[in-house]
Each structure stands twice: as C-alpha cells, then as structure tokens.
Design a protein around this ligand. Structure first.
Ligand SMILES: [Zn+2]
Length: 422
C-alpha cells in the first residue's frame, strides 16, 4: 500500500528542523520511503497536502493517561495537594472499567491533538484487571504507546514483580511497548529501587522515574543504578553534579514544563539538561491541571526558558517535541522524523486557519501559534486516524459516554463536585 502526501509545507526534524516548501512524503506499507518535491507515485493513494503543514507526530514522553477522567479536577493544586487529592482520594475509587475508559479517552485526545506516541506512566495498577484495562484502552485507540507499569503502591510490600513479568511477556496489542515506571528512591526505599532496576534490566524494560531536588541521582549513582535505560522525569533543582552524572551515564530526561511551572516543582530545566548534553523530551504529565496537547507544552517550555534568560529556539523546542522525544524513549530509529525508513507517524496542520495564517515561519508558527484545532490529519504507522479534522474509525460518542460515567462515579466516591454532564 502506497500513500503520497502531496505538495505540503513539510517540516522535517532530523538532524535539525527545516522547511521543505511544496514537498511530498511517500509512504509504503506504513513506512516513509521518500521525501522531496515532485515525487509522484501513480499507484499511490494521494493525500492532497496543499495548504497544510506536514510534520512528524508529536512524542509525549510522560503522561499519566488514566487521569484523563480527572481533567482540571486539581486545577489550583500544588504538588502536595495534587498527591493528596489525585493519588490519595481519586485513585482508590478507580475500577478497572474506569481505567479502560480513561485510557481510551486520554489516548484519543492525544491523537486528536497530533500526539502519535505517548509514554503512559501508569500508576493505577490496583489489580491485574486494572492493568489489562489500561492496556486495552491504549491499544484500542490506535496510538503508539509505551506502557509504563508502576507498582500499585510505593511501599516495598506493594511491589508486584509477577505482574511486571506478566506485562513484559503477555504480548501487548497494537503499537504498545512495555516499560517499568519505577517509584524510585523519591517515593520508595533504595532497596525497592534496586530490586526494580534488577527486574527491569532482567526483562529488558526501560526505566522511568520521577525525580526532583537534590540527592536522588546521587543515591542512584551510589547504588550503581544509573544508565542509558533510565529516564528522569522533571529534574527540577538537580545539582550540576547530578546533571553531569545523568549525562555521563547516557540517561535521558523528560521535562513537563506546564505542570512544573504551575504546581511548584521549580523552574523547568529544559536549558540546563540540554546544556549538560542530556537528551531531553517533553511531557504533558497530567491533565488534572494542564491541557493535554503538545502545543501548550512547547509554549510553556519556550516561555519558561526564555524567562530565565535562556536562548532556546523554536526549532530546538520542535525537535524536543518530536525526534529528541523519540530518542528519550529509545525509539528514534523508528519515529520522530520523516527520514526514509521511519514509521509514517505524520500530522498535518491547516495553514489557512484563523489564528495560524499567515504563516511566515512554519517552525515558529507550529511552536508559538498552532493548536489542536488546527490539526487536520493524523497518521500513525501509515494508518489515517484523523482526517479533515475528525477522528475516524472510532466511536468517540461511546468513549465520551464511558468516560463521563466514570468521571461522575469517581467524583462521587471522592466527595468532589459532580462534573458537568456532556
Ligand atoms: Zn508524572
């Protein structure tokens, strides 16, 4: 099957973002085979990209997808009050069916906004049924995802090695890859972290861990736990020494600039991570208090870094939202750019929309002006999941009904205000 995305304003991201006006992207069996002007392909399905900005799908390196059902439920929260409300009161009320509804809805909203790959840091594994429901929701959406399993609690007794092994070996549906979302020494014991790292490395799973402030990286270093398979989420307030340890180990970083700025984690460390040579991507993190799209995240990162006197450019921001994010997930040999051989994860934005036209600088416009409403087409692995501004081949009404029912029930159980009925 061949598809020709014809005559778009193409932005490739590798090695550096650059604009190819009036270019085509040729896709064969879900893989990009050529990019350039006037490619032509007589037997291909032609997607007319005239008036569209064509670029690789966004890569969200850190999101708790199950929290889609809790949108804006902790809008004014700091990190402490978020933990009390979301993990302390909402999470225990989740049934497996709620996790399914939330993951389906959360993955669909990501796709709708042009995020074609998401790392789901999933700390809602209350039972094996919850785990299977989370995987089903992601799988059914059609998104490319890393499913990061987190033990159901932070204490040593809550570790579920058998479940991690089951997730790693059960065969995940669609475009899903398993990983270990580790609580790490910030939330759990050093012994538990050591056991988790051993387990993940034994199973060939990459590790993602939340960390801020001083001491965590140093503790992991002393325990011999740093490595190229470890993703540090946030990193606010890392010392220069910690940054250097991460860089020297080949570890990677995921910055969630909107959440960090609002919830008081500290200044987003985008510029410092990059300055130390750490491969850095972006994450939405949670929609309990921020929007679920990469446009908002890119702008939060750009503004926060510039407010600090940093020299971050829109091209660097777009790179982190795509190919560098893919590298954070260890997937830049497959996704994140339009280089021939890469999976056809492609999005198209309407350059003529209100709020986006006229487009003087396509890269600058994508980062500073575009939004989810401009996303016309989304393709994952060569499959069109959004066309002419609407998701296709998915019953969004059913997904909305499910997530609305779950939201109402969970709010009642947690004793918070009932959500507005759709
Ligand atoms: Zn997080």
């Amino acid at each position: 099957m061949r598809m020709l995305i014809a005559n778009g304003t193409v932005i490739d991201t590798d090695p550096e973002p650059r604009v190819l006006p009036g270019a085509d992207v040729l896709v064969e069996d879900g893989v990009i085979v050529a990019v350039g002007a006037g490619l032509g392909a007589e037997d291909a399905e032609v997607v007319d990209a005239t008036g569209l900005i064509v670029l690789p799908g966004f890569v969200d390196t850190h999101r708790h997808v199950w929290q889609s059902v809790l949108r804006s439920a902790a809008a004014d929260a700091t990190l402490g009050s978020y933990l009390d409300l979301v993990l302390g009161r909402f999470a225990p009320a989740f049934l497996a069916e709620d996790v399914y509804a939330a993951n389906l809805w959360g993955a669909l909203e990501a796709l709708d906004a042009g995020i074609t790959t998401v790392y789901d840091w999933s700390h809602i594994q209350l039972t094996p049924a919850h785990t299977d429901a989370a995987i089903d929701g992601l799988g059914e959406s059609g998104i490319r995802a890393v499913f990061g399993y987190a033990h159901p609690g932070t204490d040593d007794a809550s570790r579920r090695e058998d479940e991690v092994r089951r997730v790693a070996s059960r065969g995940l549906p669609g475009l899903l890859t398993p990983a270990l979302a580790a609580w790490g020494p910030v939330y759990g014991s050093v012994e538990a972290a050591q056991a988790d790292w051993r387990l993940a490395r034994d199973l060939g799973l990459r590790i993602s861990v939340h960390a801020t402030g001083t001491g965590t990286v140093e503790r992991l270093h002393r325990g011999g736990l740093l490595g190229a398979d470890v993703m540090f989420v946030h990193g606010n307030g890392f010392t220069d020494e910690a940054m250097k340890l991460v860089a020297d180990s080949g570890g990677v970083a995921s910055v969630a600039p909107a959440v960090e700025s609002q919830m008081g984690h500290g200044h987003p460390e985008t510029g410092r991570f990059r300055g130390f040579g750490v491969t850095t991507g972006f994450g939405v993190d949670t929609v309990t208090d921020t929007p679920g799209d990469m446009f908002a995240v890119m702008r939060a990162a750009f503004a926060a870094e510039r407010s600090r006197g940093g020299s971050l450019t829109t091209a660097e921001v777009l790179r982190m939202a795509t190919v560098e994010g893919a590298a954070v997930l260890g997937m830049d040999d497959r996704i994140g750019s339009l280089r021939p051989g890469r999976q056809a994860d492609v999005i198209m934005l309407r350059a003529g929309d209100l709020g986006l036209a006229p487009v003087h600088d396509p890269i600058g416009a994508v980062v500073t002006a575009a939004g989810s409403a401009n996303v016309d087409t989304v393709i994952v692995a060569g499959r069109v999941v959004k066309r002419a501004g609407r998701l296709v081949d998915v019953d969004t009404r059913r997904a909305l009904d499910l997530v609305s029912r779950s939201a109402a029930r969970i709010a009642e159980a947690a004793g918070t205000a009932a959500p507005v009925a759709p």
